[in-house]
Ligand binder design. Structure first.
Ligand code: NDP
Ligand code: 2IT
Length: 441
């Protein structure tokens, strides 16, 4: 396995986020490989670390002053053993091949854990939607889809949102696909508006799912969310609905953040105000403190300095480091669930696990979003619409299944309570079995 990792480092030089994601998975599946030498003999590892297809393309567009801009577009179709490639699109200036590959690799295992028959992929662009007009965002999305459409399809590859890609962008991307292909192919994109093929609960699903995962982890030892304080980072899709579900389950989420800093509101975050600032006005998080008496804004700083029993990092990769983890432990954190993808550094994960803190890795804890995307695909294929309550019950059941799969695999492979080993092992076995059965392709 060491030689597979070394070879992957050489072949993917200069891609630190991808290396980090690879290392975590490879490290935790050694007990699985000891029991299944047939995986190694069939070259499953050599194949699983290499994307099936990587697409990189030019995205030219004009701004409102008619100046030409050129961005880079990506789609990494990582593994389709379990179903069509599935995974979001991220628009953020930091996007590069390393980030898209780490996200695509994580997505293979996350999607396997949902048991919804979806393969893994990810895409995006280094385009920054912040400060752009709706018309500029529309032109960018149209240019992006003018290339990407040929690689997509309900049975081929099905994108959705991620950082910087929300309802507005999904609308423009879906519209351009429909125009180019002359097909109203609902199932080729998820996260659509509920009035035109979107699923109830998809908007809320990642945040709600992460909180359900916390609830499951706490329940093992007879604890609950009720009465506990939660520290949440980010103020986008995942953070907003994690806060909402924490409050519905009787906890109090006291923080939110963006790239400028964080806010603390001891009364619990006022969600109407947060949604107004972030979803309607697309403003900065400091505006919350200007409008809500008693709350405060901390410019820059570390949201993890705020004490609480539950932490849900929901912004971006490597946003919670070893020192932050030490602070959280000192302040009495009991459970951490990764709403974002790989938000905790490896050092932070070690601190949590050594301290006996319940730690739900992203590929398990944030799987509710993509799982509900799969529910959207099912509804589109059957031309059905399920109610909000029905969809939320299905999400709850899926998160319980993800939790139990990870919990049981951790026991089975000699690492009780270690959800990192459990999630990686349970997911890897599913993908590896499918790859084994389907031959060397
Ligand atoms: P949004 O674009 O809705 O929100 C992102 C939030 O994170 C914003 O508050 C943003 O602040 C902050 N943020 C982004 N990048 C950085 C950065 N480099 N430094 C500091 N803050 C940052 O994205 P989502 O809520 O959809 O995604 C958040 C995380 O959850 C990502 O890791 C994503 O991969 C993951 N995820 C998302 C799912 C989904 O369904 N949307 C599903 C599963 C995981 P600012 O506006 O200042 O940049
Ligand atoms: O990281 C993720 O799981 C997502 N951004 C959601 C992917 C999806 O296809 O719904």
């Amino acid at each position: 396995m060491h030689s597979i990792y070394e070879a992957a480092l050489r072949r993917n030089a200069g891609e630190p986020e991808f290396h980090q994601a690879l290392h975590e998975v490879l490290e935790s599946i050694s007990p699985v490989l000891r029991e299944h030498p047939e995986y190694v003999e069939a070259g499953i590892l050599d194949r699983i670390v290499e994307p099936e297809r990587q697409i990189i393309f030019r995205v030219p567009w004009t701004d409102d002053q008619n100046r030409v801009h050129v961005n880079r577009g990506f789609r990494v179709q990582f593994n389709s053993a379990l179903g069509p490639y599935k995974g979001g699109l991220r628009f953020h200036p930091s996007v590069n091949l390393s980030i898209i590959k780490f996200l695509g690799f994580e997505q293979i295992f996350k999607n396997a854990l949902t048991a919804q028959g979806i393969g893994g992929g990810k895409g995006g662009s280094d385009f920054d939607p912040h400060g752009r007009s709706d018309a500029e965002v529309m032109r960018f999305c149209q240019s992006f889809m003018s290339e990407l459409y040929r690689h997509l399809g309900e049975h081929t590859d099905v994108p959705a949102g991620d950082i910087g890609v929300g309802a507005r962008e999904v609308g423009f991307l879906f519209g351009q696909y429909r125009k180019i292909t002359n097909r109203h192919e609902s199932g080729m994109f998820t996260g659509k508006g509920v009035g035109w093929g979107g699923a109830e609960v998809r908007t809320e699903a990642t945040g709600y799912g992460a909180v359900f995962f916390v609830d499951e982890m706490l329940a093992v030892s007879g604890r609950a969310i009720e009465g506990r304080r939660a520290i949440v980072s980010g103020s986008g899709n995942v953070a907003t609905y994690a806060i909402e579900k924490i409050h519905q389950l009787g906890g109090t989420a006291v923080t939110a953040s963006d790239s400028s800093g964080y806010i603390v509101d001891e009364d619990g975050i006022d969600l109407d105000l947060l949604k107004q600032i972030k979803e309607v006005e697309r403003g900065r998080i400091s505006v919350y403190a200007e409008r809500k008496p008693g709350s405060r804004f901390v410019a820059g700083g570390r949201v993890w300095d705020v004490p609480g029993q539950i932490a849900i990092p929901s912004a971006t990769q490597n946003e919670l480091n070893e020192q932050d983890a030490i602070t959280l432990v000192k302040n009495g954190v009991e459970a951490v669930a990764e709403g974002a993808n790989m938000p905790s550094t490896p050092g932070a994960v070690r601190v949590f696990q050594d301290a006996g803190v319940l730690f739900g890795p992203g590929k398990a804890a944030n799987a509710g979003g993509v799982a509900t995307s799969a529910l959207e695909m099912s509804q589109n294929a059957a031309r059905q619409r399920w109610s909000f309550d029905d969809s939320e019950s299905r999400l709850r059941a899926i998160m319980s299944g993800v939790h139990n799969a990870a919990y049981e695999a951790a026991d089975r492979y000699g690492a009780p309570g270690d959800y990192v080993v459990g999630a990686n092992a349970a997911a890897f076995v599913k993908v590896a079995d499918a790859m084994l059965a389907q031959g060397v392709i």
